[in-house]
Design a protein around this ligand. Structure first.
Ligand SMILES: [Zn+2]
Ligand SMILES: [Zn+2]
Length: 358
């Protein structure tokens, strides 16, 4: 709890740096007034002299209500006019945080950390965005559609009819479906479940914050109202991270099969037997293949596929699957305009009719 001597400036004649202990101005001889502002220079040494320390500890000075002279706390009578202290006011004491301690004279308040004015923000350059726009534009151009003049070089169609047969098959399931004839039953694994088997003792490192004590530090200054300042002390807890090993129980599971009865049976099913194809080009109208339906047989799914082949103005060939309706509309040798991706991949669209009508 170090004690240091402060300073004051005479408000009457302007003399600066008067010692805190002085109750009268060196320059004009006027008494140190009530409400004087004491300050503590950064380099003020610690007071060690016993007499000064007891002077500092005595309490705040007082100012004579009759003549205005400044008196020490221990004085019962005014050193100026000899009057009893009576209701003469004491000097104010103050508590300052570390960054609030007045360090120099004058009337100004201690300077607070003022936010340094930020330099004006530079405008963002437009180079980056412009380059990005150019890049995206380039990609759109590269992948964007182009139109190509071509002729229909060939037309190809294929049609298929599947034939199904009603056959007896062997199947297995957890129940016999309607129409099935059971031939056997047996136990089989239907599912698995997780079962707690046992616990295993394992260990792990854990940390905790432990208060190990307190730290005392100087957190401000007290203006004692008599020209002296005393260190203000604060305390805060001090912590340490400590580690230790703890054990815990870790559950271990096992996979356990769930059994059920499974049935083997025979049943009649419609199954694909054969597929008949018909294929052709522009010289033949698309038609379905003729299929032979025997006893225990029926027609299944039908498939149809239509393809147009093009040769473009550069002699390159392209092909595109189309609908039956489109296939019927175009004839071999007909000029068309195609729209396709620049890369040549993806779907080819026929732009119709040709723009020049030729
Ligand atoms: Zn003065
Ligand atoms: Zn007096």
């Amino acid at each position: 709890m170090a004690i240091r001597e402060g300073r004051w400036d005479c408000p009457t004649c302007g003399t600066q740096g008067l010692l805190g202990r002085q109750v009268r101005c060196d320059g004009c001889g006027n008494p140190r007034p009530e409400g004087v502002r004491f300050y503590l220079p950064e380099d003020a040494p610690e007071v060690t002299d016993a007499a000064r320390l007891s002077e500092a500890s005595a309490g705040a000075d007082w100012v004579c209500e009759h003549c205005g002279a400044s008196a020490r706390a221990g004085q019962t009578h005014c050193p100026g006019c000899g009057a009893v202290r009576g209701s003469s006011p004491g000097q104010q004491t103050h508590e300052y945080g570390m960054d609030e301690v007045p360090r120099s004279g004058g009337r100004q308040q201690p300077v607070r950390a003022l936010g340094a004015a930020a330099p004006p923000r530079k405008r963002r350059g437009w180079k980056g965005p412009a380059a990005l726009v150019a890049l995206v534009g380039g990609l759109v151009w590269w992948n964007g559609p182009k139109e190509v003049t071509a002729t229909i070089a060939a037309k190809e169609w294929s049609r298929a009819v599947e034939v199904q047969e009603y056959r007896t098959v062997k199947e297995e399931d957890w129940s016999v479906p309607q129409g099935g004839r059971q031939t056997n039953s047996f136990r089989a694994v239907r599912d698995y479940r997780q079962v707690l088997d046992h616990y295993e003792t394992r260990s792990r490192q854990v940390s905790e914050r432990v208060q190990t004590g307190t730290r005392t530090y100087t957190c401000g200054q007290e203006d004692m109202g008599n020209g002296y300042f005393r260190d203000k002390t604060c305390t805060e807890p001090e912590y340490e991270t400590r580690y230790h090993t703890e054990t815990y129980q870790d559950p271990v599971y096992r996979r356990e099969p769930i059994y059920d009865t499974k049935f083997a049976y025979e049943i009649e099913r419609w199954l694909p037997d054969d597929t008949s194809w018909a294929r052709g080009d522009a010289s033949r109208q698309p038609a379905w293949p003729t299929v032979q339906i025997d006893r225990n047989e029926r027609e299944g799914a039908r498939i149809e596929r239509y393809v147009l082949r093009f040769t473009d103005e550069d002699g390159k060939t392209h092909e595109q699957e189309v609908s039956a309706e489109q296939f019927a509309r175009y004839r071999q040798g007909q000029p068309v305009t195609l729209r396709m991706k620049r890369s040549g991949s993806g779907k080819i669209e026929i732009v119709e009719p040709e723009k020049d009508g030729s």
